[in-house]
Ligand binder design. Structure first.
Ligand code: GLN
Length: 192
């Protein structure tokens, strides 16, 4: 299995290292050709407007949009923003997951914080680092909420994709990455 990590900006190396410790090969994706032969794609945290600008500059927008019905994607923080079908305050990007996401949703007062979460199907006491994080305001058809913080949804999935508001790659907790890998394995097993 090879998992691509969108490598234009943000916490790219941290995702890569986590996947390596889980025994998965990685491919840094910076061009359309890099998408060939990958089984899944991680969209890292960073700054979604910057990532979007670079996606456009590298000519990746259309090729990524073409993959949203077939390539499993896992978005963390800014990656979640990139996957949303709607953003509450600005135009959406890849529109892979039917949901409305609010950027910087926890407000400036609580810019960044760490907590532990229950994530359905993944586990309890999941270490979660939130940095100017978004949350999911509303989900559409086929989207399951896996974790909430207060009233905010902070982890969701569809049959194909996974997204969380926080940064599992900045902790030593590998369970969300492992969950994404299992999701891809199950899918590959079905389609073989
Ligand atoms: N606030 C950032 C954005 O809007 C996301 C922050 C992050 O990825 N840590 O893109």
């Amino acid at each position: 299995m090879v998992i691509g990590v969108l490598g234009v900006q943000g916490a790219v190396r941290e995702h890569q290292e986590m996947l390596h410790t889980l025994g998965v090969k990685t491919m840094i994706v910076k061009s359309a050709a890099d998408l060939e032969g990958i089984d899944g794609l991680i969209l890292p945290g960073g700054e979604s407007t910057t990532i979007r600008r670079l996606i456009d500059r590298y000519g990746l927008l259309d090729v990524l949009r073409l993959q949203i019905d077939t390539l499993p994607m896992f978005g963390t923080c800014a990656g979640m923003i990139l996957l949303a079908s709607e953003l509450s305050e600005s135009p959406a990007h890849l529109r892979a997951i039917p949901m409305t996401v609010k950027r910087n949703a926890f407000g400036r007062q609580v810019d960044s914080f760490e907590t532990s979460l229950i994530v359905e199907g993944v586990g309890q006491d999941i270490e979660a680092v939130f940095i100017r994080a978004p949350f999911v305001e509303q989900v559409g058809e086929g989207v399951r909420v896996l974790s909430t913080l207060g009233t905010a949804a902070v982890a969701v999935e569809t049959d194909l994709h996974l997204a969380c508001s926080f940064h599992p790659e900045l902790t030593s907790d590998r369970r969300l990455h492992d969950y994404f890998i299992q999701k891809i394995r199950q899918r590959n097993a079905v389609s073989v």
